[in-house]
Write a protein that binds this ligand. Structure first.
Ligand code: NOJ
Length: 548
């Protein structure tokens, strides 16, 4: 990547760091920014262009830091503001931009705004920054409406007044420790534009926008009794959001064309999704359709073609994502009978075939990295970490408790990274230190050190693929050399050309695909996710081919 390129984000490889679990610099069993700084050479060697950090702000950690108590600080567990500034600078010095996570839908119940709203009482201007309402029923003992939290259970909690009596209710689309902000309030609007400036002033290259489709609410807070027309839901994907993000875009552009806004938009309707990527709104958004699709050509091919079509229509680059800190790790998911991802299907003890899952995850990575647009990878994906089983009494994620203990929660993909050694803490923390989430006892072969010594490892594959992706003009960025065109090799194969000299072929079927047949005769392999023998591409394998 050319570090001066204002379009860097169009084809970037962006690595997601979950700071709590990346590397522990102070030996307390929890990751921190000093740990990340010490591992920047690892990220540079991996070949990523930017790092997106999940929230590092001061937080009671009711939802892993997505409950922000102060948007302008760093949680003491992770370091301090000077450490964050140093990290952004050090990363830039090795060619890596920083993307900050901004959480505009809600704040922590420990944020000064919410504390003063509680103290100020019903009807106060301080409460207007949130959604406080009286309860229904004679004593106000029923929630103001029937909205359900994204984590399960009611989306309302009742507060207690200074006299110890139950008082008003407040809205929280997530955990009770995450009160929703009222985006009709001018303070909320102004504050967020200032927060964007605060981090852009400190060198941030981009902002990831949490829960980006949920901020705007219908102030009459109606119940949702039947399916709503696009844009008509009381709190999902409302029209007002377009104006909010147009204003954010102006803030970003005032720092230059290379500062970007990336939306976390879970919207099943592709047309509605694309509206956020029109010129003047957001630069980019995560491709959850691709991320959650089952491992079949019949599912992934339309996902790819629809993605490309809808992004082309608005002039935005596509993104390709296989995992993040909210979803089941790919090697575990792809080894199951049901290979698609859905939050509502998460259960304990779903069987998986680890060897099959690993093989498919390797093939998926090459497939995704060859597509036009940006590639997002989540820490540990490059090590092929499986979803870990966390003992119930160590589960921290509120999704587990709020589901009544049915959903294992998201901690299985948030386990501290294994760096070296034969047993926990695998170099994440000093020997003998207990990590905040337990690491499995059988991860010795998955450490960075073990994989660096093994040319057949997942890490070796990711390094080779990212290096090729950065070097070849057809991959990564879009442009005249990077045209995309499908190549037909049958219903179980996804094959496409990039430019005149590059082809990616993935075989989803059981029967090997003859690469010497058809118009690929004479092409040679650049990289494959599994050995190809005699010009045959085995099941669940991707190969990158070139013609000289
Ligand atoms: C999306 C984040 O990725 C997730 O981890 C979080 O729980 C919710 N937004 C609420 O902030």
């Amino acid at each position: 990547m050319n570090s001066d390129d204002p379009d860097w984000w169009r084809g970037a490889a962006i690595y997601q760091v979950y700071p709590r679990s990346f590397a522990d610099g102070n030996g307390d069993g929890m990751g921190d920014l000093a740990g990340v700084r010490s591992r920047l050479p690892y990220l540079a060697a991996l070949g990523v262009d930017a790092v997106w950090f999940t929230p590092w702000y001061p937080s009671p950690m009711a939802d892993g830091g997505y409950d922000v108590a102060d948007y302008r600080g760093v949680d003491p567990r992770f370091g301090d503001l000077a450490e964050a500034e140093g990290l952004i600078e050090d990363a830039l010095a090795v060619g890596i931009r920083t993307i900050i996570d901004v959480v505009p839908n809600h704040i922590s119940d420990q944020h000064e705004w919410f504390r003063s709203a509680l103290a100020a009482g019903p009807g106060s201007p301080e409460r207007d920054r949130f959604w406080f309402r009286d309860g229904r029923g004679p004593g106000g003992e029923q929630a103001p409406n029937g909205w359900v939290s994204e984590f399960g259970g009611p989306a309302w909690s009742r507060v207690t007044g200074p006299d110890g009596e139950p008082e008003q209710w407040y809205l929280h689309l997530f955990a009770p420790g995450q009160p929703d902000l009222n985006w009709h309030h001018p303070d909320v609007v102004t504050e967020h534009e200032e927060v964007l400036r605060f981090w852009f002033d400190r060198g941030a290259g981009g902002i990831r926008i949490d829960s980006a489709a949920l901020l705007a609410k219908d102030p009459s807070l109606p119940d949702v009794t039947e399916p709503t027309a696009p844009g008509q839901h009381p709190y999902v994907d409302r029209e007002e959001l377009q104006e909010i993000y147009r204003a954010w875009r102006k803030v970003a552009e005032s720092y230059g064309p290379d500062r970007v806004l990336i939306g976390e938009l879970w919207l099943p309707d592709a047309e509605r999704f694309a509206r956020y990527l029109r010129p003047g709104v957001l630069h980019s958004a995560f491709n959850f359709d691709f991320m959650t699709a089952p491992w079949t050509a019949a599912d992934l091919r339309p996902s790819i073609s629809n993605t490309l079509e809808l992004h082309d229509g608005v002039g935005a680059p596509a993104t390709w994502v296989l995992s993040n800190h909210d979803v089941t790790r790919p090697v575990t998911r792809y080894g199951r009978t049901e290979t698609g991802f859905a939050f509502e299907r998460k259960r304990f003890g779903v069987p998986t075939d680890p060897a099959l899952g690993r093989r498919r995850a390797r093939a998926a990575a090459l497939l995704a990295m060859a597509l036009p647009g940006a590639y997002y990878l989540y820490q540990g994906e490059e090590l092929g970490l499986p979803e870990a089983d966390i003992p119930r009494d160590r589960i921290d994620d509120p999704m587990h408790a709020r589901s009544g203990g049915v959903d294992p929660g998201r901690d299985g993909c948030r386990v501290p990274l294994p760096w070296s050694g034969a047993e926990p803490p695998y170099g994440f923390s000093p020997a003998g230190v207990e990590t905040w989430l337990p690491q499995p006892p059988d991860w010795a072969a998955l450490t960075v050190a073990a994989q660096e010594a093994d040319p057949g490892s997942m890490l070796a594959l990711y390094r080779a693929a990212l290096a090729l992706r950065a070097r070849r003009p057809e991959l990564g960025a879009s442009g005249p050399d990077a045209a995309f065109a499908w190549t037909e090799l049958g219903p179980d194969v996804i094959a496409f050309r990039r430019g005149a000299r590059f082809v990616s072929v993935t075989n989803f079927g059981d029967a090997p695909v003859d690469l010497a047949a058809g118009d690929l005769a004479g092409w040679t392999a650049l990289l494959a996710s599994a050995p190809t023998e005699g010009g045959l591409l085995p099941a669940d394998t991707t190969v990158w081919l070139t013609v000289h």
